[in-house]
Ligand binder design. Structure first.
Ligand code: BG6
Length: 281
């Protein structure tokens, strides 16, 4: 078990967590508390675009961006600011499952655009065959605030056209590529034939495990049972400077979070949301 500090490409401080037999490892940037890769059993589970931009203020395309305190467009920058802020390293553990805690608090810049005092703790834990992340939000202000939160995970796939997802049948979703119409799919398997951008609103009712190609299992907590499924498809990938046409077929985003409504968090209170990803075979 080890935790190594190193400098990633553009000089961003980074950490590498490795478990005891070297079977599994994770690379994390302090910038965005961004998980760039998770390798287990010699397989890279996460997708990171070869055109990803590593620069202050820019979101990184791939890995696991943390979307907080706002999902999607709104008064704040797209997907909030947590993914473009530099987090602090907190407690580390190499006894048993290797883990780290990263922290982000309000500062002058966040208070200007989001006038609430907060402290975030992101726990990242590497287990034998699984990877676990938990976000804790602490309201440090003297009033209630609201947020949405999402682990925006990019999974690597051989080909999006032969990728299938199980576990989302009968869960109502907003179809963002069809005017956000409310729909429900009874098919057990979700397949991809074009641009897909769906927000499945479970709201903590069911929290089914999601299976990607019968091989990777994704489970949220009761507080994070909403799932966003996204692939931009060929044209949008081509138009995107940090994806590119050659990459659209190589990933699917299965994003666990709380987005069906805002979490209302009273002063001094804590909210926790997590997800766990397991390689089944
Ligand atoms: C998904 C959204 O979560 O993220 C999509 O549902 C969005 O609408 C996608 O396009 C990527 O967002 P961004 O800001 O990282 O380009």
């Amino acid at each position: 078990m080890s935790i190594t500090e190193f400098e990633y490409k553009t000089g961003f401080p980074a950490l590498r967590l490795t478990n005891s037999n070297g079977y599994s490892s994770v690379e994390i940037l302090l910038y965005g508390a961004h998980v760039l890769s998770w390798t287990t059993n010699n397989k890279q589970i996460l997708f990171l675009s070869d055109k990803a931009i590593f620069a202050p203020g820019k979101a990184i395309r791939g890995g696991i961006p943390i979307v907080w305190p706002q999902f999607g467009p709104g008064p704040l920058p797209q997907h909030g600011f947590a993914r473009v802020k530099t987090w602090r390293l907190g407690k580390t553990n190499t006894n048993g499952d290797v883990s780290v805690e990263l922290h982000l608090s309000h500062d002058e810049d966040t208070l200007k655009i989001w006038p609430h005092k907060f402290n975030l703790t992101l726990t990242i834990r590497l287990k034998e065959k699984s990877f676990y992340q938990e976000l804790t939000v602490h309201n440090e202000d003297n009033h209630t605030f609201e947020f949405t939160a999402l682990f925006h995970t990019y999974f690597t796939v051989d080909d999006i056209k032969t990728t299938n997802i199980c576990g989302l049948n009968n869960v109502t979703y907003a179809d963002k590529v069809d005017g956000s119409k409310t729909k429900t799919d009874t098919n057990k398997i979700l397949e991809f034939t074009g641009e897909t951008d769906r927000v499945y609103n479970d709201g903590g009712k069911n929290a089914n495990p999601i299976l990607i190609n019968d091989c990777i299992q994704v489970i949220g907590s009761s507080t994070t049972s909403d799932i966003v499924v996204w692939n931009p498809w060929q044209e949008k990938a081509k138009a995107s400077v940090d994806i590119g046409e050659h990459n659209f077929s190589k990933f699917v985003c299965i994003e666990v979070g709380h987005v069906h409504d805002s979490v209302k968090l009273d002063k001094d209170q804590l909210w926790k949301g997590s997800h766990e990803i397991t390689l089944l075979k």
